[in-house]
Design a binder for this molecule. Sequence first.
Ligand code: CMP
Length: 180
Amino acid sequence: MTEQSTIRNSLWENFFKKQSEEDSSVEHLLSSVPIFSQLAPKEILKVSSIIHHRNYRAGEYVFAQGDPGLGMYVIISGEIRIIYSDGTGGVKELACLKDGDFFGELSLLDESPRSASAVAETESKVMGFFRPDLLDLLSRSPKAGTKILFKLGEIIGTRLRLTDEQLGKLSAELERNHNK
Ligand code: CMP
């Protein structure tokens, strides 16, 4: 074990000793969420102090498509379905997310209306990370805030490439069918 990793591990041990079992698992979970994965233990502690805990019953909406976006959520336990409605009665499930997954990250950047609905499939516990708190973190801890924004940009870029790929395949298939 290197000296640096020893220092890092003892830091984790130290603050876990001061926290309850539930708090320490929240920090573990936060550090495993991609947008927080570059943060040092001290920075994770800062994030854990600004998150909001929310509980939902099965069938309850975390938010509805078109709602003003306030921030993102990380699932502690339970299942959340992401549902898109085309406005003419057509409904499509985009994803069913579980422990450690996150959603609603798009509105962290621009407060745009929610692009889909998020509904609890089972009783669920989530942590909310909201835009005003991110802006506050950016001014108080620019290094931590910048790390979060970089990861957010990376994730959105990856998803955009994936969506482009799927769209390309779909339009090629449509064209082939049209020319038959
Ligand atoms: P946001 O637009 O803030 O609110 C709806 C959320 O659904 C969105 O952010 C994403 O986090 C999530 N979302 C949108 N499209 C998909 C998808 N194809 N797969 C998984 N999650 C998605």
